[in-house]
Write a protein that binds this ligand. Structure first.
Ligand code: KG4
Ligand code: ZN
Length: 329
């Protein structure tokens, strides 16, 4: 069965074609460069970029997959959460296709799609229960997953999302946008304790706004004393990344301890972080295993949307309904 996935929740216009769980193509065009000078995503710019690019990305995905449109069996698109203008472009494109081709349409929650990433290409076996761990630019959430349509939120950030804080700290230190990859590149483990920073955590709930403010004030203080050298910047962001990663790990360990669920499906842009990936692997034990996606499937992309769409379609045994939304409860 061939599934077409469409993802336009933020700045990436992405279309993918899957044969069952095998990714045949996953084409993503980001408008990131157009936002860089503003230090964050500008919704209006993102919407216009989706409008301009979605047809080209769609055709490229079909071409790369070597699949003709008439062979597509299912169309799945992100319908939440995300920037409203951006979502409207992807969902309407997908619904129009579904209507024209008389094929089923599924609306997919893209946070749930993030934690489907480890299962693409059948790299991991789908077995429940799972814990879910989404760490992205807009969300930081821990789930109990009885099935992909039975997902319970256990904990989340009380304020800023994890990736958002990487971006804001990087902006404050003039490291460019997006900040996550920039800080990841500068990180040196030997400086992880150079400064003492702390994130908030109560059980499975997290808080990152305090550490963000601490980093901004530290910069002002060091600037005043003319002590903000390149080395100090590296020490600061290394200590920051260390504290964030360790806090994330503590939260997920607390969830594992309480719920005694062995497998943790991870996803979201921050899961590309090299130190986080190392620490997740190092934290495994006989009672705990992290299902970590390949880097190309961590950030927003349509393959994860198509994969979850295919799973839900099969589970729910849907036939040919058009404009049907599969929402996990
Ligand atoms: O999942 P995603 O593509 O979009 C949302 O759904 O939000 O995540 C984007 C976020 C950005 O905040 C970006 O800075 C962060 O993922 N990110 C990283 C890394 N690569 C991307 N954060 C830390 N380390 C990275 N290597
Ligand atoms: Zn995302």
């Amino acid at each position: 069965m061939y599934t077409l996935g469409i993802e336009t929740s933020c700045d990436e216009t992405s279309c993918a074609v899957l044969k069952d769980y095998k990714v045949l193509s996953n084409v993503t065009l980001s408008s990131l460069r157009e936002h860089a000078k503003y230090g964050g995503i500008v919704p209006e710019i993102a919407t216009r970029a989706h409008l301009k690019n979605i047809d080209k990305v769609f055709l490229e995905a079909l071409k790369k997959a070597k699949v003709s449109l008439k062979n597509i069996n299912l169309i799945a698109a992100t319908y939440k959460p995300g920037l409203m203008g951006s979502l409207v472009v992807g969902v309407n494109f997908a619904k129009a296709l579904a209507l024209a081709l008389n094929k089923p349409f599924l609306g997919i929650n893209h946070l749930h799609a993030h934690i489907f990433a480890p299962f693409l290409n059948q790299r991991e076996k789908i077995e429940f229960p799972l814990l879910g761990f989404v760490v992205s630019g807009g969300h930081t959430e821990i789930y109990q997953i009885s099935d992909f349509d039975k997902i319970k939120l256990l904990g989340q950030t009380d304020d800023d999302a994890c990736g958002e804080v990487f971006d804001k700290v990087a902006k404050a230190y003039g490291l460019g946008y997006p900040g996550g990859p920039a800080i990841d590149k500068l990180f040196e483990e030997k400086y992880k304790d150079a400064f003492k920073f702390k994130c908030g955590r109560k059980g499975f709930n997290l808080s990152f706004s305090g550490i963000k403010t601490a980093l901004v004030y530290k910069k002002l203080e060091l600037l005043k004393k003319s002590r903000l050298t390149r080395l100090t910047k590296i020490e600061l962001v290394s200590s920051f990344q260390y504290s964030v990663v360790e806090t994330l790990i503590q939260a997920i360990l607390a969830a594992q301890k309480q719920y005694k669920i062995k497998n943790v499906a991870c996803g979201g842009g921050v899961v590309a972080n090299s130190y986080l990936r190392r620490r997740l692997k190092a934290s495994e034990s006989k009672n705990l295993r992290f299902l970590i996606p390949q880097i190309e499937y961590t950030a927003d992309n349509a393959a994860i949307v198509a994969g979850l769409g295919f799973y839900l379609y099969n589970k729910k045994g849907l036939k040919s309904e058009i404009a049907l939304e599969a929402e996990a409860s």
